[in-house]
Design a protein around this ligand. Sequence first.
Ligand code: GLU
Length: 422
Amino acid sequence: MAEKLNPWLNALKQLDKAAKAINLDPGYHQILAHPKRVLEVELPVRMDDGSIKVFVGWRVQHNDARGPCKGGIRYHPNTDVDEVKALAMWMTWKTAVVDLPYGGAKGGVRVDPTKLSKAELERLTRRYAYEIAPIIGVDIDIPAPDVYTNPQTMAWIMDTYSMIKGYPEPGVITGKPLELGGSEGREEATARGLQYVTEEAIRVMKIDPKKSKAAIQGYGNAGYFSAKFMHELGMKVVAVSDTKGAIYNPDGLDPDKVLEHKQKTGSVAGFPGSTLLDKDPVKANEKLLELDVDVLIPAAVENVITDKNADNIKARLIVEAANGPTTPEADDILHERGVTIVPDILSNAGGVTVSYYEWIQARTREWWDIETVRKKLRARMAKSFNDVYNMHKELKVDMRTAALALAVKRVVRAMELRGIWP
Ligand code: GLU
């Protein structure tokens, strides 16, 4: 049971499915089933009270056949090396699906960042940056934000790395504050990309957004902006949630007002005019997934849609803002039931795409306006959706397997051309 919810095992199962669909050479399959490099680091931190606390972190580089490794850094109390390995593999597929000149990587630190002061977080971040510095670099591996890390975290990492090098190196990391060479549109990018693929999906599925209801699990960066953009498309956002609760209003919620409430009180719970889906926040989050809505957006963590609840899901369309929210078993059940899933490696690729734009801007020292970023992002996301959709028709497989098949083909082609050395 516990084994089934290991994201790394899920990632391997997804790879198996895609390998079968495209008749992948077993040698290349083996290469892809292992990360290229795994680094574990010990992070001693002087706490504000003078004591020393030791944290553990990882940086995993899964594959760099198509270019430097790329992927975020997550701070979470439950993260472990298997989660980071899975997330790194998904980054390889994600960058390939949207055809960026990158491979895949991910970082993680096992910590509950809500329990640390800002000064403690800075010391932890700088120590982590120092420990992974030997394997990152503007043409090697470029980190970015993920769960519980933000532009400030990126600024500390950029500074620490630049101090080691002796010159400013803004291209070593993306998701930076605008003042340090961040890109316009990076903060909204994951959800903006999700909006563009959702527009494509509802077009082919003939769903009218103005007659549709959406539920969104999670109210961090991806969750909040997804709610905002679905609302802008004309959907009624009837439910949203965070770790402290899930709220419901059949007439629709105003995402900006909900954010204001969360910023004031620390949670979406208690938002005026809404009801709690359950008093227990865990149960409330589970109930949100089973609401009678048209579009469901999981925007929190892995393994929330499983064989336990897949049968109860009523949405026709699931668009994944989180990484790995659906287990392979749930995928099969939902596919059989005719539910369409726009998979994470496509639907949340807007984040890494604008990271790529930020990286180009950092290297050329030329800045693009928000319209340029959005126009380029829209075109890339729409093309990627259609590439995956065509693969889904051609191979007669679900959208996730199609996205993986497309990605694996691109990565393997690069490996074939480069050859196995020596
Ligand atoms: N953490 C984000 C993701 O999972 C963004 C990664 C990046 O920008 O490199 O896609």
